[in-house]
Design a protein around this ligand. Structure first.
Ligand code: ADP
Length: 294
């Protein structure tokens, strides 16, 4: 389904976000991609669905060689890849049903569809997708009236309505509170398994991912540092994955709590230093403080 070899990606500013990624995903597999913020997880997903064009390596998705594909081939592939976004990316003023039908736009290129006149088949596909995530009762609601968990279920339904060969989810539950995150993650993985669609889930919460995913791929500095089952995620693997953060040897929600505390400590330290520096700058400048001028 997906074959990635020695993939490298360099952003226009010269930053090399992917150094060497090797990955194979079979049909129906559900894979958690973990790694610290900035490791290259989103970049990898964006290269796979053609939003970014990788610099070198091999990248074959659903039979399309993305390193050689034309623009039209990439667009065709995109229509077969369901993307689930952290911030849902729904059209807030439209109904739930229309948001899910939007998933059909890439698949059905008729002018009528672009005028939002969908076929009976499209509507049936959208209804079935909403049923899968238990959201059919909200079909007529405007998207902006939904809770975060409901919005992400609609995001999942929209991806399913594409009848995709691959689903890519970029931190799909990071904006939800822990209880909802667990429920939505359960829905996403259940739907992936029911439909047999290969699914890659970028997720920083290792604990949550291990409840639902059998296979983990850990990325650090644009390179795969672990690829294997959840029970192979040892302290050593976590150290290799998160060492550039100097993360504590705990993970999941605890890591986030620790990281937040560390950030607050740094902020306080910075404020203290600024407090010490300001009077000296004042004395040198002979007046107004640096902070006061901002
Ligand atoms: P992750 O999803 O693991 O948090 P990303 O793939 O978003 O990481 O980013 C990987 C690295 O690439 C980060 O250092 C990020 O700052 C950098 N990056 C992301 N997008 C761009 C861009 N458009 N231009 C330059 N650098 C980028």
């Amino acid at each position: 389904m997906l074959k990635v070899r020695n993939l490298r990606h360099v952003y226009p500013n010269g930053y090399q976000a992917l150094n060497s990624i090797d990955l194979d995903v079979a049909e129906g597999e559900v894979v958690a991609i973990i790694g610290r913020s900035g490791a290259g997880k989103s970049t990898l997903l964006r290269c796979i669905n053609g939003l970014e064009r990788a610099a070198s390596g091999e990248l074959v998705c659903g039979g399309v060689d993305l390193m050689k594909a034309s623009g039209a081939e990439v667009r065709e592939l995109e229509s077969r890849i369901g993307f689930i976004w952290q911030e849902y990316n729904l059209i807030e003023r439209l109904s739930v049903m229309h948001n899910v039908l939007a998933g059909r736009l890439g698949r059905n290129q008729s002018q009528a569809t672009w005028a939002f006149h969908f076929t009976k088949e499209d509507r049936e596909i959208a209804v079935e997708a909403l049923e899968r995530v238990n959201m059919l009762h909200r079909a007529k609601f405007r998207a902006d009236r939904l809770s975060g968990g409901e919005k992400q279920r609609v995001g999942i339904a929209r991806a399913v309505a594409q009848q995709p060969t691959l689903i890519l989810a970029d931190e799909p539950v990071a904006s939800l509170d822990p209880e909802l995150a667990e429920q939505v993650m359960a829905d996403l993985v259940r739907v992936a398994r029911e439909t047999g669609v290969a699914t890659l889930i970028n997720i920083h919460d290792v604990e949550l991912a291990s409840e639902f995913c059998d296979r983990f791929v850990a990325i650090a500095q644009g390179t795969v540092v672990y690829d294997g089952p959840a029970d192979g995620i040892t302290d050593d693997v976590l150290n290799r994955t998160y060492r550039f953060d100097r993360a504590p040897k705990v993970y999941g929600r605890t890591v986030l709590a620790e990281a937040t505390k560390a950030a607050v400590r740094l902020d306080e330290e910075a404020a203290r230093l600024l407090g010490e520096v300001d009077p000296k700058v004042d004395a040198l400048a002979g007046g107004e403080s640096v902070r006061g001028r901002r």
